[in-house]
Design a protein around this ligand. Sequence first.
Ligand code: ADP
Length: 308
Amino acid sequence: MDDKRNAAFFGKHALERAIALLFGQDVRIASKRPVYGGDINEAYRLSLSDGSAVFMKCNTLENLSFFEAEARGLNALRRAGTIGVPQVLGMGADEEKGFSFLLMEYLEAAPRSSQYWEIFGRELAALHCADCSGLTGADGSLLFGFAEDNYIGASLQINTPMDSWIAFFRECRLLPQIQMAEGYLDSRMHRQFGKLLDHLDCYLVEPEAPSLLHGDLWSGNAVCGPDGKAWILDPAAYVGHFEAELGMTELFGGYPAAFYQAYREVNPIDSGYRDRRELYNLYHLLNHLNLFGSSYRGSVEKILNRYI
Ligand code: ADP
């Protein structure tokens, strides 16, 4: 099946043709069961007539670009080979029935291993230490960004490759979100953002080396896979500073101490990270403000007041 993975299928019976190519001409979808927990797409466990199972996300035709971007992110993370990432099987759009879809390996739930958090911490740190050359462009140079733009939730995430992390975080992370949030900001916040962007190099540091990041690693995007270990899902992958990823893991509650302790053993965390993490999370909070509305304005303002 290897060479058939990641193909795109279009037109009449695109989904059925994808299944037949991947699993065999006689294989059909026997039944489908909804999988809940996502916030953008419909998700299903497809049971196939040969006894196997496939995970499918689907949405409107226009959503295909989200699935293509998700597949690119999953493939980059999986290629690093350090942590569980589901195998993308295929994608496509059935224009006649009016839906797009993404197919991937179905992760059967299993109990967490006793070392779940330690292993997760170590494997994420190994991802952040893995070679990420070539992910931002064809020439293999080490830049920040990603070969293509993708999405953070439902928002466009700009990944224009740059050789400075601080410039990248300013131009491709904060600035687009601040521009989108225009209607939520008063004149004081405007001034504060202006100052912050002008002096970002007083607050952030360039990493020793770029890291491939999952990009949206809140707790719902890591699940226990069939091996009892953490598998990461639904990425907004790009090459950046690993501290931005750690900040996101702490944004909505954080992981247990065992995770961070194990992480540090593989990839040490500078003590200055504590002063930087809220700035990294400003990006995600601005995105939440733009996607979900003014209930996130207070958190954005609090961070601005802390720095400016
Ligand atoms: P959305 O794109 O809508 O945010 P998610 O990626 O969060 O969707 O996935 C929806 C649900 O499906 C979540 O509960 C998630 O844990 C589960 N899920 C995601 N990928 C797989 C997979 N490969 N196998 C099994 N369950 C999965």
